[in-house]
Design a protein around this ligand. Structure first.
Ligand SMILES: Nc1ncnc2c1ncn2[C@@H]1O[C@H](COP(=O)(O)OP(=O)(O)OP(=O)(O)O)[C@@H](O)[C@H]1O
Length: 235
């Protein structure tokens, strides 16, 4: 297996405020990696730095064998990265408009083909193309967020807390959806605090106070007493 994305010594934050400290991180091609961390650990900051919404203070980001830390977000997206923020969609736009936004860099023909594919995959969205995203339920909005991210046919998908605000039923639906993407060999980095997502993970990284405290197999995480207590409440 070759590397899809790695960072070395990545430090990042907001203006002079440093949030991430020397992050060494790696995701293999077609791997599902869960980035576990509690509120404020720096998960969003990390994903935003990967996609270029935040400029790193130091360190390198290599994606599909190219150094990308100086690239614009546009260029990263054009080269196969997609990012679903915690909000995921633009509430004031319709379902169809959100999806179109997700394929901003595609040709018209490719966009049309992707729209068909998304409506096939998400029949609930197809039935309500003109509905404003803001009027969807939390779960439907998240599904739209994923569909919007998939519109650019990404090879690397960065997902920020896909479970945030979802009922247990929708969390299960979300996990089923991500499992189907896993079969399609999309590299996924899923930032989460819900340990249920570990059932999807090939490997897990734990982010604590802006530092990676663990990276390895899920089984090894559960062998670690401190992490087991922190994330599973098991003593
Ligand atoms: N725009 C900003 N300006 C300054 N500090 C920020 C900004 N956004 C986030 N932070 C701070 O950065 C730290 C990490 O936040 P971040 O959103 O990356 O964490 P997170 O792990 O994604 O948490 P959550 O699960 O709550 O979204 C927090 O202390 C937060 O207050």
């Amino acid at each position: 297996m070759s590397q899809a994305l790695f960072t070395r010594g990545l430090s990042s934050g907001y203006g002079p405020l440093q949030i991430l400290w020397d992050i060494d991180f790696m995701a293999q091609r077609a791997e599902t990696l869960v980035l576990l961390g509690s509120n404020g650990a720096g998960k969003t900051t990390f994903l935003k730095t990967l996609v270029g919404l935040i400029r790193p203070m130091r360190g390198e980001i290599t994606c599909l064998d190219q150094r990308i830390e100086a690239w614009s977000t546009d260029r990263r997206i054009r080269s196969g990265m997609a990012y679903m923020s915690e909000l995921g969609v633009v509430p004031s736009l319709s379902i169809a408009e959100n999806l179109t936004l997700g394929s901003y860099f595609q040709t018209t023909a490719a966009r049309k083909a992707q729209l068909h594919e998304m409506y096939d995959r998400f029949p609930d969205l197809a039935a309500r193309k003109r509905t404003l995203a803001g009027s969807l339920s939390g779960g439907q909005r998240k599904m739209l967020g994923i569909a919007k991210a998939l519109m650019s046919k990404p090879s690397i998908l960065l997902l920020d807390e896909p479970s945030a605000g979802l009922s247990p039923l929708y969390v299960n639906q979300m996990i089923d959806l991500l499992r189907s993407l896993k079969q399609e060999a999309v590299t996924m980095i899923i930032a989460e605090q819900n340990t249920k997502f570990l059932e999807l993970a090939d490997r897990v990284s734990v982010l604590e106070s802006g530092r990676i405290s663990f990276q390895g197999a899920v089984d090894d995480l559960t062998q670690n007493d401190t992490l087991r207590q922190a994330y599973f409440g098991i003593h």
